[in-house]
Every structure is written in structure tokens, then in C-alpha cells.
Design a protein around this ligand. Structure first.
Ligand SMILES: [Zn+2]
Length: 467
């Protein structure tokens, strides 16, 4: 647990603000809504400032620790030089990485693959052999045609399509100020309709399919078991629309989880080699519901694709991705909504029922939910602690599985403890992902990923609006 920050951390300007608003409030009759709101707003700002201070302190600690480690490493380097001069010298720097794979560095250049769990679904041909553009032309109805598009802001510097709510690109950090909203292809709806291709073939590394749901491996795997679960019988642009009908919304996300958990249990936990290596040889859970203890699931808002998709990330994460997560590179506060949060929120039923349209502010939903006792900040914080705890519990990664560690973007070879000045961490990272993911397995002889199309592909008119 992160301890509550001592009050001295609260910047004095904000402390003053809270006090001032409280004092003003004291002069007004109890429950005056305007004053109360101001107090709440000031407290909220104060709370955010506390969080920032805490984060800064943590970063400082991390930097200090890293400096100490580097100093130690250099000291060892000197020793190493002396030893090298003699035959039968020692074995170099000891990295002593914990099984989580996380230090201020991360393990890299995997020596071998994880135990592979290939996709198992029936191999099907595309229902629509043309492109997504050609499919669009077959649709007369403007509203359903719009489902094939995602609203994005394309970064001017690196061309990444970013969520429209972001102030700066989440790949390169360039400001998105003044970047117009444009559209790109909604690949997930392409999957639903069985469309052959867009800018690339719309094949899925498919784990599960029925008339209403799909579960497939995420192409950007954060863990060796990372899937996406989507409905195919209805169109739900994003999680906000679940609040149009909380009861149905809750049933829908529970069903998505059930599909993901079934895959986890029947395909991954049931694979002995995978269970032994990745799940630390733990006993297979009894039921799909038990998988909630070991998976970190949730939804993004805004999403990258505008069809509701549950991110089903079973721990442990890949060493690099865990490193990124610890550095706040995944599951961003205010954008990632843990399944635990949405379950509690939607379970409030009619109390959180709302009119939703594409301009609905997500903060209005968070606010309404918190008025009813479910606080986003707390659930999000608990979610992160759950993730860290599980990475520890499974301790899937050993130094002996890897050749290198990357410290501050520099590659160190663990065999001799020396830096490899010519090695590119990004290139190693791409190679590692290929070895450690289950997406697109089995690979072809040329090492390319494989996949298939949806057997129960929907016609444009067969996907209902969610309401
Ligand atoms: Zn960018």
C-alpha cells in the first residue's frame, strides 16, 4: 500500500484555498449547494496536487535508487576489469533480479520462447471478400455506416491515431493542439462483419466465437495471455453507453468477462507447460469466476476502437510491459476503467442511469457514480496494487531466461556485465514480443502471424443498437 501523504506535502497555495473555501462555507447555511461544490472542487484540486507530489517523490526515490545501483555497477565494473586479467575469473556483475522481472531496469533479449498456446478456433473464410471501403459503399444507412469509423486525432509528428480527448500524443508526446478530428477504419467492426481487409487483412488470432461474442489475442500483448472480448450482436461505441441501461450494461460486461475467463481457463491454465512456467505451477482455478483474482481487466475511454471491448490481461505481464506499467505507461488514471469499477458502478442500477450521446462528458458519469458511493480513484488505486501483487505472486521471469538488461535505455549484457553500445533496445523489445506473445500462433514457416475470420459474421443490418 502507498501510505497516505503527510499534510506537509500539500502545496500551501492549495491548503489556503481549501481553508478559505471552508471558512466561507461556515458563514452560509448548512448544505448550501454552491459552497459545498466549491469546497469539493477545492478538495479535489488539493487531492490531485497531493497525488502529483507523491508521484514526484516516488520518481525522486527511484532516481536515487538508480544512481546507487549504477554506482554499485561501476564499482563492480572495476572489479570485473581486474578479474578479467586473470584466467578463471568470476562470472561478472550479479543483477539479482526478482521474479517479477522488475527493477529500475528490465530483462531483455529472451533466450527462448514462452510455452506456446496456439489459437484454436475453426478456420473460416471472410464473409465479405472486398475491402472495408467497399463494404461501406454497400451500406445505405448513414448511422450504421458511421460505425465503421473511429474518431481520432492523428499526431502530426509520428502519425499515431490518438484518442480525441488527449492533449498530446501518447506515443511521442507532441501536442495535439489544433489537430483536426479525422476518421480511421474501425477494425473491430471489420471483424464483426467478416470483412476481408482494410489497410491490412482483418484476421484474428481467434480464441472463442459464438453468435454473439468474439475473443481474440491482442496484437499489442502486454502479457502472454492478453485478449480482447467484444459483443457482435450489438453495437456499443464505448463504455459511456452502458449507463443508458445499467442493468443490461452490467450483464454485457459480465458476459464479456465470462468469455475471456473461459478462454483463460480452458486454453492457458489447462496447458501444463504454460501453467508451470507463466503461472508459477499454481493449481488451476476451479471456475471462470475465480479468474477475476488473477486477471486485470478493464475498458478504456476514449477507446482506440469504437466497439465495446474488454481488455482481458491475465497476469503476469511481459518484463518490458510491467516496467512500463510501473512507470505509469499503462492503465492511465482517468482513461482506464477497471472491470471492478464498472461492475460496482453499473450495479447501482437506475441510480446511475443516464442519457448518453457522443458528447457526454465521462467526468459527469464518474461524478454521478461517486455520488452513489463508488469512487473511481480508490478502485483504480486498488486495481494497480492488485496488478503489482500478481506480478510478484507469479514471478514468471528469471535472469537465466534473458541475455540482457536495459538500464536507462542502455543495453547491458548479463554474461559479462558490460554495456553493448551498438544494441538498440527498441529492436530487442520487438524481437522479445515476438517470442513472448501468443498472438498469431502458430507462426508460419517464415515467422509470420496467422489468424482467421468470424464464422458467424454479421450483415450490416444484423447488429443492433445497444439501449
Ligand atoms: Zn506522436
Amino acid at each position: 500500500m502507498i501510505p497516505a501523504p503527510p499534510s506537509r506535502m500539500l502545496p500551501s497555495s492549495l491548503r489556503g484555498e481549501v481553508a478559505a473555501v471552508r471558512a466561507a462555507d461556515a458563514g452560509i447555511a448548512d448544505g448550501a449547494p454552491e459552497a459545498e461544490q466549491r469546497v469539493q472542487a477545492a478538495e479535489q484540486r488539493a487531492h490531485e496536487a497531493e497525488q502529483r507530489t507523491l508521484a514526484a517523490e516516488q520518481r525522486l526515490c527511484e532516481v536515487e535508487r538508480r544512481v546507487k545501483e549504477l554506482e554499485a555497477a561501476h564499482a563492480d565494473d572495476g572489479l570485473q576489469l581486474e578479474r578479467k586479467a586473470q584466467p578463471d575469473s568470476g562470472s561478472g556483475i550479479e543483477f539479482t533480479t526478482p521474479g517479477t522481472g522488475f527493477t529500475t531496469a528490465y530483462l531483455a533479449r529472451a533466450k527462448s520462447e514462452v510455452p506456446v498456446v496456439p489459437w484454436t478456433a475453426e478456420d473460416s473464410e471472410p464473409a465479405f471478400s472486398g475491402t472495408i471501403d467497399e463494404f461501406r459503399e454497400t451500406m445505405a444507412d448513414e448511422k450504421t455506416r458511421a460505425r465503421l469509423n473511429n474518431k481520432v486525432k492523428v499526431c502530426a509528428a509520428c502519425k499515431k491515431p490518438c484518442a480525441i480527448s488527449l492533449a498530446s500524443c501518447n506515443a511521442c508526446g507532441t501536442s495535439l493542439d489544433g489537430v483536426p478530428t479525422t476518421y480511421n477504419d474501425n477494425v473491430f467492426m471489420g471483424f464483426v462483419h467478416g470483412i476481408s481487409k482494410g489497410r491490412f487483412p482483418y484476421k484474428m488470432s481467434l480464441r472463442y466465437q459464438d453468435e454473439s461474442y468474439l475473443c481474440f489475442d491482442d496484437p499489442l500483448s502486454l502479457s502472454p495471455l492478453h485478449t480482447n472480448c467484444i459483443p457482435t450482436h450489438c453495437y456499443v461505441p464505448d463504455l459511456r453507453f452502458l449507463f443508458v441501461n445499467p442493468d443490461r450494461g452490467l450483464a454485457l460486461i459480465n458476459k464479456l468477462f465470462e468469455v475471456g475467463a473461459k478462454v483463460a481457463l480452458e486454453q492457458f491454465w489447462s496447458n501444463e507447460q504454460f501453467r508451470n512456467k507463466i503461472f508459477n505451477g499454481e493449481t488451476k482455478p476451479q471456475s471462470a469466476a475465480d479468474i477475476m483474482e488473477t486477471a486485470c481487466c478493464g475498458l478504456n475511454f476514449p477507446p482506440s476502437m469504437y466497439q465495446l471491448h474488454l481488455q482481458f490481461i491475465h497476469m503476469p505481464m511481459l518484463p518490458y510491459q510491467y516496467f512500463m506499467a510501473r512507470k505509469n505507461g499503462h492503465w492511465h488514471h482517468g482513461r482506464f476503467f477497471p472491470l471492478e469499477y464498472l461492475r460496482k458502478a453499473l450495479a447501482l442500477g437506475d441510480k446511475v442511469k443516464m442519457e448518453v450521446n457522443e458528447n457526454t462528458d465521462i467526468k459527469d458519469i464518474i461524478h454521478k457514480v461517486s455520488e452513489n458511493g463508488v469512487v473511481y480513484d480508490s478502485v483504480h488505486r486498488e486495481f494497480l496494487h492488485k496488478c503489482w501483487g500478481l506480478q510478484e505472486r507469479f514471478s514468471a521471469w528469471a535472469e537465466s531466461d534473458f541475455e540482457c538488461q536495459v538500464v536507462n535505455e542502455k543495453v547491458y549484457n548479463m554474461a559479462d556485465g558490460r554495456m553493448e553500445p551498438g544494441s538498440d533496445p527498441k529492436g530487442i523489445q520487438a524481437e522479445d514480443t515476438k517470442k513472448l506473445q501468443n498472438y498469431g500462433r502458430p507462426y508460419t514457416e517464415e515467422g509470420k502471424t496467422t489468424g482467421t475470420y468470424y464464422k458467424y459474421a454479421k450483415k450490416a443490418t444484423e447488429v443492433e443498437e445497444f439501449c
